[in-house]
Design a protein around this ligand. Structure first.
Ligand SMILES: Nc1ncnc2c1ncn2[C@@H]1O[C@H](COP(=O)(O)OP(=O)(O)OP(=O)(O)O)[C@@H](O)[C@H]1O
Ligand SMILES: [Mg+2]
Length: 392
């Protein structure tokens, strides 16, 4: 401990004490001060002492680390200008010191090279005459806490939105079912009607209504399946056959739109460990999106290429189109629910794709250039090696 009373007494009597004793006392005092400063060094708070001109008189190790100096000594006798890089806090601090005002528990961005959020305090230190002689600047890194807070808040929002929306979707499902039943009833009554012309018109109208109900129903279904946790039935999936099957399913539309698909899987590919039904949804959506990327686009050859190879312990699938591409500002949004740039799109396809791939412990990423095309890279665990342990 630094005993200031003793120190004062010592100063008062210094001319009566012999040199040897003075040496011992000062040495003692030096040790105590060093220990005290060491305590400050091993604190997770940064400490800097400025004089009234804003010149550093002391800094601890944490402060040097945050400000990217090798040692605290390097900060000594430097000005605020020279030690703090972040403009906002730098000028704020200079101003506060000039006005001799404190900073109390304020959050500021500080530190290099990464942005860090600091809780800061500036305490003016006064002498006996109440004159400010020094400033203690204390700061502690609260970046992680801040990030957690933001993440939690976002997650809470998402969860309550999901809850609300799924309730709503359920409420919509019941009247939809009832409308369908009543439309069928109307159709049955009409069939008994005599007047052929009117009958035809009503048939048409009711069928349009039925189609619309069907469309609403599939929106609700898609939405519910995109937010519900899915439970996978993992088996050995022949992914080549699965993709061939999806292409066959789309062949009519592909021919109509004059789109060529080149599918070239590597030889001897192991199967995928996955859920056949959900994986079909993945590839159907990705290929449909690739096809829709040619809408209103002129190309000599509208081409979708699908490549597949082993990337142990995964199978990598690359789906590339030379369609319209995705604008950079939209790239981040494509996997979020309801994001669509299409007149009749629901914006659910890629949300579902992302969810299914994540549940398979796989990954999907996208690269795209406007007017050049889009490439999706997917990895899914292969059915061999370490993946086997997931199987019953
Ligand atoms: N291959 C692609 N080329 C260009 N844009 C794409 C491609 N794939 C996705 N997108 C963009 O991402 C958006 C979201 O795709 P997503 O499949 O989720 O919804 P959607 O296709 O619009 O509607 P749906 O729910 O019917 O699939 C699309 O509207 C489109 O703007
Ligand atoms: Mg889609």
């Amino acid at each position: 401990m630094i005993d200031l009373k003793l120190f004062k007494k010592f100063i008062e009597r210094v001319d009566k004490i012999d040199t040897e004793q003075i040496k011992i006392f000062l040495n003692d005092f030096y040790c105590n001060i060093s220990n005290f400063l060491r305590v400050l060094d091993f604190n997770n708070e940064g400490f800097i002492i400025f004089d009234t001109e804003g010149i550093v008189k002391y800094a601890n190790i944490t402060a040097a680390e945050v400000l990217k100096f090798e040692t605290p000594e390097e900060l000594i006798d430097k000005s605020i200008q020279e030690v703090i890089y972040n403009k906002d806090i730098k000028y704020y601090l200079i101003n506060k010191i000039k006005k001799q005002e404190p900073i109390i528990e304020e959050e500021h961005i500080m530190g290099v090279p990464h942005i860090r959020v600091m809780r800061t305090n500036l305490i003016p230190i006064r002498d006996n005459t109440n004159k400010v002689i020094l400033f203690l600047f204390r700061f502690v890194d609260i970046t992680r806490k801040k990030m957690e807070e933001i993440k939690n808040r976002r997650q809470d929002n998402i969860e309550s939105m999901k809850h609300l929306a799924s309730g709503l979707a359920h409420e919509i499902k019941n009247p939809l079912a009832s409308i369908t039943i009543h439309l069928d009833l109307i159709l049955r009554y009409i069939s008994k009607l005599e007047i052929e012309n009117i009958k035809k018109d009503i048939y048409e109208i009711v069928n349009i209504l039925k189609d619309e109900v069907q469309r609403l129903n599939s929106i609700v279904q898609d939405f519910l399946s995109s937010i519900r946790p899915i439970s996978l039935d993992l088996t050995k999936v022949d992914i080549i056959e699965l993709i061939k099957d999806v292409i066959k399913f789309l062949s009519y539309e592909l021919e109509e739109k004059k789109i060529t698909i080149e599918f070239s899987p590597e030889d001897n590919l192991p199967p995928v460990l996955g859920d056949q039904k959900y994986l079909r949804v993945v590839f159907l959506n990705l290929i449909k999106n690739a096809m829709e990327a040619f809408d209103n686009v002129k190309r000599d050859k509208k081409l979708i290429t699908i490549k597949m190879f082993e990337n142990h312990p995964y199978i990598e699938i690359i789906i590339k189109d030379n369609g319209k591409g995705i604008e950079p500002k939209n790239i981040e949004k494509i996997f979020t629910p309801y994001f669509t740039t299409k007149e009749t799109g629901n914006g659910i396809g890629l949300t579902l794709v992302h969810k299914i791939i994540s549940e398979h412990h796989g990954n999907i990423r996208v690269e795209s250039e406007v007017n050049v095309g889009t490439t999706f890279y997917i990895i899914l665990p292969s059915y061999k090696g370490e993946s086997k342990k997931y199987l019953p």
